[in-house]
Ligand binder design. Structure first.
Ligand code: 5GP
Ligand code: MN
Ligand code: MN
Length: 480
């Protein structure tokens, strides 16, 4: 389709700068993954991204990349925070969609035989699906407080312990959140969803650690073979979605001139320094805080479910947060570009921050080894814990992949798979217990709709942007 790809070296492909491109685009992938990336509009989209004013060095597609709204999922774009712009489509509709992993001191043997009870109890107690309510019902004042303070609000209200904040990206609170820039409609959509998974791709999964690749880092992360951990994947629910939508429409209207220069309307962006850039950034930070509270409330509720099922206190099961990291976000960060420190809006959409050892933003507990990165695979595949690699600052503005990445659309998936059969097979062949609000969701999220997570992670590890620490495998899974 006319897009030239040149191999720079193993796993690094470049789309050379031409026409109105401001920088070259790069794709980080093995040949096998690249073939899959070529199947949809990903290459065209990552090329389009290089037209954004102020884009720096390269637009980068991660090994799990696939097509998204304007900007590919698995895309990283760093745009100058003074002369560039910020683009809601390059953050994604689900602002601060992300993952958190909680450790336990239970072993797989201790849990075995109780999977069915555990999955039922989780499903009954963790709100999921559309209209299932949340862990808390909040009035407007509460929503505003959550938007402003993030997990600090949860701590004050008995849904968190101090330690949870220390093990979250940005300690669970973005500075500069502006609740007043989030629309009433967005707040109304969010107020009954605080502490809820939502539907579709979001899930809560009990997993067992199957492999430790790096014993030293594994120890620093508190991971060992056979251990039970819990992985939570969800975002900012209707509140984030509405916020993205609100600002896309406003930006399209007010910055038509900039939009006219871009090859795709879905890349609508607000120029740095404009009122809308400031407003969107403040609103997005507020939605980020909302998502962190969401994952926190789900995690805390999970502790209570484990207490009932195993008849012990969660503290005695050492159910501590390992780490929480966003994969749909834009942040002002300082990065070295051509020997100069510059402030950039780093957009990571379906991409995870992966800061290396020694970086001041890595929590103290992990600073010597690097930031934990959590990469889900699918309900029937492995998942990985990585640590931010030595090369991430040079190659990817401190980022790596966020999952296996989708291989087929939801419609295609529903034609290929039948939810009930997928569930039965997982239980009979892999002892994985899945419970969902609808069979359609299970079909849409069947293991076969995702790429090979082992291959995605291998590329990350080989490039030194995110290094393999541990692998986990599903035990129980609940989804919307
Ligand atoms: P996204 O945020 O783009 O929706 O998805 C993140 C990643 O989660 C997907 O690329 C996929 O690899 C993974 N994933 C989706 N569903 C499940 C699930 O039920 N269990 C696990 N462990 N991973 C999943
Ligand atoms: Mn999401
Ligand atoms: Mn996500």
């Amino acid at each position: 389709d006319g897009i030239t790809l040149e191999q720079v070296r193993e796993y690094v492909w470049e789309i050379p700068q031409e026409g109105d491109m401001r920088v070259p685009a790069r794709v980080l992938a093995s040949e096998a993954l690249l073939e899959e990336i070529k199947e949809d509009k990903t290459l065209e989209q990552i090329t389009n991204t290089t037209h954004l004013p102020g884009i720096t060095t390269n637009a980068i597609c991660m090994p799990d990349g696939h097509q998204g709204y304007g900007f590919p999922v698995g895309g990283v774009g760093a745009l100058d925070a003074e002369n560039g712009c910020i683009s809601p489509g390059a953050v994604g509709y689900d602002i601060n969609c992300g993952v958190r992993m909680m450790r336990t001191n239970l072993t797989y043997d201790e849990l075995k035989g109780q999977e069915a009870e555990l999955v039922d109890s989780l499903f009954a107690n963790i709100p999921s699906g559309l209209g299932g309510g949340g862990v808390v019902e909040a009035g407007v004042d509460t929503v505003d407080e959550i938007l402003a303070r993030g997990v600090d609000w949860a701590l004050e209200n008995g849904h968190a312990v101090e330690d949870d904040l220390l093990h979250c990206e940005d300690e669970g609170m973005r500075e500069g959140a502006k609740p007043e820039k989030v629309s009433q409609k967005a707040k109304d959509r969010g107020k009954n969803q605080i502490g809820s998974l939502g539907s579709g791709n979001h899930f809560l999964e009990v997993q067992r650690v199957t492999d430790i690749f790096d014993p030293e880092v594994g120890e620093a992360f508190g991971l060992e073979e056979d251990q039970i951990v819990v992985l939570i994947h969800c975002g900012s629910r209707g509140l984030g979605h509405q916020t993205c939508n609100d600002y896309l429409r406003k930006i399209e209207q007010q910055h038509q001139g900039l939009l006219d220069q871009l090859p795709d309307k879905e890349l609508a962006a607000a120029p740095a320094g404009s009122q809308l850039a400031e407003d969107y950034y403040g609103a997005m930070n507020a939605a980020i805080n909302f998502a962190w509270v969401n994952r926190q409330l789900i995690m805390h509720r999970t502790r209570q479910v484990f207490e009932r099922v195993f008849d012990r206190s969660w503290e005695s099961m050492e159910m501590d947060l390992l780490y929480d990291v966003a994969h749909n976000i834009a942040k002002k960060e300082m990065h070295e570009v051509d020997g100069e420190e510059r402030e950039l809006y780093v957009h990571r959409k379906g991409a995870t921050r992966a800061f290396p050892a020694g970086h001041p933003e890595v929590p103290k507990a992990y600073r010597d080894v690097g930031q934990p990165v959590i990469i889900p695979g699918s309900m029937g595949a492995g998942n990985y814990v990585l640590r931010g690699g030595e090369n991430s600052m040079d190659l990817t503005f401190g980022s790596t992949a966020h999952g296996a990445g989708r291989l087929m659309s939801r419609t295609q998936a529903k034609n290929e798979f039948w939810g009930g059969d997928v569930q039965d097979e997982l239980e009979e062949q892999e002892q994985i217990y899945v419970k969902a609000q609808s069979g359609a969701t299970v079909a849409e999220e069947a293991p076969g709709v995702y790429k090979d997570v082992d291959e995605v992670v291998r590329v990350s590890d080989e490039l030194g942007i995110g290094d393999k620490v541990a692998r986990t495998f599903p035990v129980c899974n609940i989804k919307g």
